[in-house]
Ligand binder design. Structure first.
Ligand code: THU
Length: 133
C-alpha cells in the first residue's frame, strides 16, 4: 500500500458507514476497497426483513467494484461504531475476499476512533479455520 495511506482508506470506510441500512441490527458498518489501479469503492451493510438476504459492507463494496470491471484488489478498510474492538469480517466475507484475490491483499480493521489493525486475507482465513476446528 505504498501509494495509499491506510488512514485515508479507513476514513472512507467511516464515511460509507453513514449510509448503513440496518434497521434490524442497528449495527452500522462501512467498507472501502482499494483496487490494484488505485480506485476506491465504498459500501455499507444493507439489511433485509428476511435477515439472511442482508449484505455486509465488505461484500457491498467488493460487488460494486467487480460490477464496474475492477477485479484486482490491494486493500480493504472496515469501520463500525465499536469503540473497544476492531471490526473483523464475517466468514462469508472472508471467503468472498478469497474469491477475488489477485495478490495478497490487506484488511484494515478499525475501531470507531480510526485506529486499526492489519491482517491479510490469508491470515484471516487461517484464523477462521482454526476457530472452526
Ligand atoms: N456486518 C458487516 O457489514 N460487516 C462485518 O464485518 C460484520 C457484520 C453487518 C451485517 C449485519 O447487517 C450487521 O453487521 C450485524 O451483524
Amino acid at each position: 500500500m505504498s501509494r495509499y495511506n491506510p488512514k485515508e482508506l479507513v476514513r472512507k470506510s467511516q464515511e460509507a458507514k453513514e449510509q448503513a441500512y440496518c434497521p434490524y441490527s442497528k449495527f452500522r458498518v462501512g467498507a472501502a476497497v482499494l483496487t490494484s489501479d488505485g480506485k476506491v469503492f465504498t459500501g455499507c451493510n444493507v439489511e433485509n426483513a428476511s435477515y439472511p438476504l442482508g449484505l455486509c459492507a465488505e461484500r457491498t463494496a467488493i460487488s460494486k467494484a467487480v460490477s464496474e470491471g475492477y477485479t484486482g484488489f490491494k486493500a480493504i478498510a472496515i469501520a463500525s461504531d465499536l469503540k473497544d474492538s476492531f471490526i473483523s469480517p464475517c466468514g462469508a466475507c472472508r471467503q468472498f475476499m478469497r474469491e477475488v484475490i489477485r495478490s495478497q491483499w490487506e484488511v484494515y480493521m478499525s475501531k470507531s476512533d480510526g485506529s486499526h489493525e492489519l491482517m491479510t486475507v490469508e491470515e484471516l482465513l487461517r484464523v477462521h479455520l482454526a476457530l472452526m476446528t
